[in-house]
Design a binder for this molecule. Structure first.
Ligand code: SAH
Length: 227
């Protein structure tokens, strides 16, 4: 079973994605445990603060190293981790092959930054990997951690009810998924492609593959080169 610890100073920001639907089911089927940890519990100051002013001045608070070190050290007494990941806009960019790779790990820590980010010494000494979910800046790492965890957890065998469905998603094989339709076969005169109603599985597969190629060429031509 996979285990993910998410360290945050705002636990409420990240609870709901794991309390519904596929991510909830993954936990109740014991395929993954997601543990949300309140960093404040590891703060030593009277008011349990986890941030302080930046050395050298300037706007924005910085997350202190001590509570983070206390928290990670405590977690490490309970299990050994494959990776201690910091969510960071300047990290390695998340993509499907990274999600595939992470889905094979056993124990992960995701550290959510806030304010101006964490004291650089956290990144130098306590973190093994840094992941960005895209070239834009969020106000905190919680949404990024939820995105990373979601992309990874849905790949764990047994999480999706149709075992093959993660494999036919976009970006697996560097292809975009083909279009999908459901009933009714005709709506306001808008028809579902005839081949999908034919029941001829080989033709359907061939149509889907050609649609995938066409879409990839049109929408994401740079992927076609990799495919
Ligand atoms: N001053 C930092 C941004 C801090 S944003 C900079 O300019 O790089 C506050 C926190 O949100 C970060 O510490 C990080 O944990 C998270 N975050 C913001 N954007 C993110 C992104 N694109 N991917 C992953 N995490 C992000």
């Amino acid at each position: 079973m996979m285990h993910i610890d998410i360290i945050t100073c705002l636990p409420r920001l990240i609870e709901s994605p794991f309390s519904d639907s596929i991510l909830k089911r993954a936990q109740s089927k014991s395929l993954v445990t997601v543990n949300i940890i309140d960093l404040r519990q590891y703060a030593t100051s009277k008011h349990r603060t986890t941030d302080d002013y930046a050395f050298g001045g300037g706007a924005g608070m910085v997350m202190m190293i001590e509570p983070i070190d206390n928290c990670i050290s405590h977690l490490k007494t309970q299990r050994s981790y494959d990776d201690v990941i910091y969510t960071s806009p300047d990290g390695e960019r998340l993509n499907q092959s990274m999600a595939n790779e992470l889905s094979l790990k056993k124990n992960l820590i995701l550290l959510c930054g806030h304010y101006k980010g964490v004291d650089e010494r956290v990144r130098e000494h306590l973190i093994t990997r840094e992941i960005s979910i895209g070239d834009y800046v969020l106000s905190g790492g919680e949404l990024a951690a939820a995105v990373i965890a979601d992309a990874v957890i849905r790949l764990i065998p047994g999480v999706l009810s149709d075992e093959t469905s993660a494999l036919t998603d976009s970006f697996q094989d560097n292809l975009i998924a083909p279009p999908v339709y459901t009933r009714p076969a005709e709506y306001k005169g808008w028809q579902v492609p005839e081949v999908l109603l034919s029941g001829h599985q080989a033709n359907i597969e061939e149509w889907r593959h050609s649609q995938s190629l066409e879409r990839t060429q049109k929408r994401r031509p740079e992927l076609t080169k990799k495919a």
